[in-house]
Design a binder for this molecule. Sequence first.
Ligand SMILES: [Zn+2]
Ligand SMILES: [Zn+2]
Length: 479
Amino acid sequence: MYPQLLTYLLEFIKYQDQIIRTLQTLLVGKNMFEKPAEEPVNKPYRKLQIDELPIIETLKKLDYTILLKEYLEEHDRPLKPVQRRSNSKVTVPKTTNCPQCGAPADYLYTNNGNKGQFLCKVCSCLFSDKNRFSKEAVLKCPHCAKSLERIKERKDFSVYKCKNNDCSYYQKKVKAMSKKEKKRFKKDPQAFKVRYIFRQFHIDFLPLSKQSPELPRVNLSKIHASPHTLGLILTYHVNYGLSARKTAAIMQDVHGVAISHQTILNYENSVALLLKPYVDHYPYELSDQFCGDETYIRVNGKWNYLFFFFDAIKKIILSYPVSPNRDTVTAIHAIDEVLVKMKEIPEDLTFVVDGNPIYLLAQHFFAQHGISFDVKQVIGLTNEDPVSTEFRPLKQIIERLNRTFKANYRSTHGFGSDKGSVSYVTLFVSYFNFLRPHASLEGKVPVVNPSLSGLPTMPARWTKLIELAQQWIVKQRLA
Ligand SMILES: [Zn+2]
Ligand SMILES: [Zn+2]
């Protein structure tokens, strides 16, 4: 009798608990009981098929100086620049000019307040930043040479489509469908990609614009620890991936140095700021094979993406942006960080990445700026396609790098701040490129520097690396 009653009571408690949860959820409006996922949900990305570039025909341009002359001849008076009331809040940026006739800002009306639409007084062209391109060029389908139609506006790009039913691209796609697919296509044409599509980016970013290094004003004299102590701290925390707390404990228990874990993080932040320009502007010797991958790290309790791009042959990490988004803009920035480090863009430049379409969009973005490279996507866990089979070893190299990073980073329990996360990543990259011996490089470090490798211990090498970075910064300041 007893056990049965107990079972019943337990069931009843469970039932009550369920009711309480349901009521509370209704009351608060969200589920309070689901624990946040330990790992970010790996949403499969929608398969995105990216077509080749369109034919770009630049339009015949008008010349505003000729138009102004014609106006003068016709009206016996010159066309005056736009009169703007002195109290007007509406302004035209000085660098803006008419895409059709080249008239300067003085001749441009702001058409709808400050919303970025302009009207040219000289040639009546109506334009905005978003459609500016279409006033300068016509995009044509590479399969049928008909003009493309703009069909959608996305945050970072406009979508163009070839709507020509006689287009060979369209015809081929429809012909290739099975009977079943054709039936579905008739009902739901949106479910199939049968037409040529092109994305025109309007991201405000110019590739390969080399920036002079941002030289930090870091005062290492604020570090009240000997260089050797600092070297020990970096070795434990970065090389061996011990947490800051464990590092502090080892410093006390083994080396008799009293230091708090917070002080360790503060010191490391200063060191990272100092090392970053050196690591980012180092004249690396590179190959033409690169791979990229994203991994997630926790920053301020939120999942962020860390993009690693890395020379697959030389084992050098070239790019490591941290972003809350796994988007095309970040992919573009990550690839650009690699490109700026090249003396010239190699002819057979290849990036091996995962199946995320952001890399194809990034490839298109660069192609639109005259920079071309190959993107090989290694998809899924099995070798389903020949590309995956051929390039999987490269992909595995970067996956190994990600694992190495995560093993070291795990102990940090996520980063409390953006600054902290970037600092740790910078230190890890410094370690990886300059200090960490690599089995596939015959036990050598990726960037061989005799003044580092000649030193007997890791703390001494860290100290030397910091010194090299300091000397480099001083040299940059004098230059
Ligand atoms: Zn104009
Ligand atoms: Zn076409």
